[in-house]
Structure formats: structure tokens, C-alpha cells
Ligand binder design. Sequence first.
Ligand SMILES: Cc1cc2nc3c(=O)[nH]c(=O)nc-3n(C[C@H](O)[C@H](O)[C@H](O)COP(=O)(O)OP(=O)(O)OC[C@H]3O[C@@H](n4cnc5c(N)ncnc54)[C@H](O)[C@@H]3O)c2cc1C
Length: 426
Amino acid sequence: MDTTVLVVGGGATGVGVARDLAMRGVDVTLVERGGLGSGTSGRSHGLLHSGARYAEADPQGARECIAENRIIRDIAPACVRDSGGLFVSLESDDPAYYEAKRDACREHDIPVEELSPEAARERVPDLADDAERVFEVPDGVVYPSRLVAATGADAREHGARIATGSPLLDFEVEGGRVVAAEVGGELDARIEPEYVVNAAGAWAGECAALAGLDVEMRPTQGVMVGVDYPRLGPVLNRCRDPDDGDIVIPHDDRVVLGTTSVAIDDPDEMVEDPDEVERTIRECAAMLPSVADVERLDTYWGVRPLYAPDEDSRGGERGISRGFFLLDGSDGGAKGGSDAGNGGGPGTDDGVENFLSVVGGKLTTHRLMAEAATDRVCAALGVDAKCRTAEEPLVAGNEADAVDRLVAEFDAQGPADADVVGPADD
Ligand SMILES: Cc1cc2nc3c(=O)[nH]c(=O)nc-3n(C[C@H](O)[C@H](O)[C@H](O)COP(=O)(O)OP(=O)(O)OC[C@H]3O[C@@H](n4cnc5c(N)ncnc54)[C@H](O)[C@@H]3O)c2cc1C
């Protein structure tokens, strides 16, 4: 089977790349080993970042978030809840940090409205008594199952092939190029692509290794805890240096508490430590005390696709950057490795020229990551077409029932929004 571009991985990034390529007229096949979003995307916390979380430490990340936040609301309203979000500084939190974040938001075009503690309590009656300083930003809630399904469907609408249940098993590399890919599962095919995009998230290192390349990932796990609390309006963020248990996400009948950040060796081997769960509840209860006493409904874990060199430069797994990286198989970002499996052909010191890894990032910025990756692929293929993914709405993206049917079709239901995303009605 021939395809111009093979995309490996059907999380938000992979479906975003497939959509962008297809909209630019490029023949593309996406292979995903499970259902769409079955890796990290469907197991995220579901915060549609306004950028405020990053404003004082990572201005570029903050600006990307506010721009993408607006775009996702425009192109996929059924995938978003327009909740707003509060940054809450408790008595014990540093007032200077609050001021720096508030001012940085204003500097980076993130709308901010300061609320008195009384006004904040009108919005959130159960807010902690010692909440002293509060401002509001345009955070939202994103439903990842809907987002990946609608994006995948839109890619298909523009001509992409989307193959779920189809793991990439191996690459054949000859003369510094991937010449073929072996795909198992439902597709069960030998594919001869002109170009490969590795969008395998936390598994990007394993995917690259099959082509003899070294992409060093630093997977970190985080836990989310759903509790029975139907009355929260806005997202709540603790206004302090990022730490465990500082975000509460509102759904219809539950809130999702999170999260933690613990480095692990293998993204398929998360360690479900009960201490992480207790810590998350305890820390979130500092902002919203009643969540400690209500019924726990569910617990799920996800693994961040962090790029190790970036995390190391920022001091470990709580490094604030959630920026993304394009690692060209032909340059130093992803070097040939002689001891890595490469599907029969030797990895070369010169790398693999038709291979791009796109790693790191956030659900909120997946479209931008996809645009950057697609620009790079189009330059390599000599395709001269502009990105239109920010302007054109997703197919069915404004109609929840229709998107939920696509969720079922693409096996895209993840734990993050299983209480909101309805069963398909036919
Ligand atoms: C705990 C936690 C909380 C988070 N909260 C937020 C948040 O609130 N807001 C936000 O914006 N971001 C958040 N993120 C980050 C965000 O979820 C991720 O950055 C994003 O979902 C990554 O998408 P992706 O497509 O790159 O990776 P993934 O969604 O993991 O997609 C990669 C896919 O590749 C597939 N794959 C792997 N190997 C193969 C193979 N051999 N063959 C075929 N397919 C393969 C996997 O099955 C997977 O589906 C959070 C992340 C975590 C872990």
C-alpha cells in the first residue's frame, strides 16, 4: 500500500497532523494502535488553558495557549465548555507570585479580571475561607474524546485514511530513508510512505527506535480523581508555583481533581500509587474543602509526552515548559543509533531523512504543533499550500450528538470525559 505521508499515533497531535496534511491536499494515512485518543489525549485533565498557568515563566507558551484556546472554541464549540477559570491565592501563598502572574497575563493578551474574595465566593460558595486574592481568566474545559474524534473525522472528510486498532510494528530503512512500514492489527499492511511523522506521544522514543533513531523521552505520570460535586462553575487553579493537586476541573456532575508529575521509565507501566491520589485530593481541598468529603467516583492516570533534554534544562519533571519540539530524523535532534532496532536496515550516523518526530506540547496547543509539523513535511515534499486548520470548523464540531457518534465510531472514549460524552443514539 502506498501513501505519501504515514502518521504514527492517533492522539490529538496525530489527528491534527493528518487533518492539516489532508486539507493541504497531501495523501495521508494515520495508524493508531488503539482507539483515537487512547494514549495520553483521552487521559488528560481536560483544561483548555488560557495560558495563565504559564504566563510568568513561559511567555511563548502562554501566548500559544491563549491563541489556541480561542481557535478551539471557534472551530469546535461542542468539544469545549466555556467555564472560565479562577486563579486562587490562599493566605499561605506568596502575594508577589499572584501579582507577577496577573501582570504577566495582561502583558500576554490574556484577559484578567480581579475579584474580591466576596465576589469569588458568589461564583464558588464553597471556596476556602482563606482565599485572599482571586482573578478570573478565560480558561475552559476541553473534552478530549470529542476533540480527537471530530479532528479525525475532519481529516477523513478531507481524504485522510484513519486506521484505528492498527499498530506500527516496524520500519524498513534503506539508504538513510524509511522505505516501508509494517502495520499490524486491522490494517495489516506493508506501507511504502514517502515521509513518516512520528506523533506517538510518550511512545515516540519507541517509534523512532524502530527507524534506528534516538528520541529521548521523559514520560511522567499524573493522576486525576473524579469526585461527586455537581455545582462548580469555573475551573479553579491554585495561584502558586506549579505543584501537585492545584487544578480542579468542573464537569456536569463531577469535578476532576489533579494532578501529579512523577517520572516513570516505561509509558506502558504506570505505577498507581495511592499516595498520589491522597495528595491530589488533599491539595485540591485546600482550595475547595468539600471535595475531601464527597464520594470518589473514579481515578485515572495519564503519561506526559515530555522531551527529556527540555525537561532536564528546566530542572526535572515539574519544569514549567510544556512546549513542543520538532525533531528532524536527518539532523542532530534525533541521531542514528547502531544498537536500536531498525527493521532490518542499519541506522546511519546521518539519520533518516524522511522522518519527523513531533513531541511534547499540550492538548490545548495540538493544532499549532500539527501546523508546525505539517509546514515542515510540506517543505520536504515540495507542497506549497497554506495551513487552514485555524479558520475552518471541524466537521460536526458544533453539534455534540454528532461528535459523540464519531467518538463511538473511532473508539475514542477516554476516561477524562466519560461522564459528559454521551452514548451514540443510533
Ligand atoms: C496527567 C496529565 C494531565 C494533562 N492535562 C492537560 C490539560 O489539562 N490540558 C492540556 O492542554 N494538556 C494536558 N496534558 C497534556 C496533553 O494531554 C498531551 O500533551 C497530549 O494529549 C498529547 O497528545 P499526543 O497526540 O502527542 O499523544 P497521545 O495522545 O499519547 O497520542 C499518541 C498515540 O500514539 C499511539 N501509539 C503509540 N505507539 C504506537 C504504535 N507503535 N503504533 C500506532 N500507534 C501508536 C498511542 O496509542 C497514542 O494514542 C496532560 C497530560 C497528562 C499526562
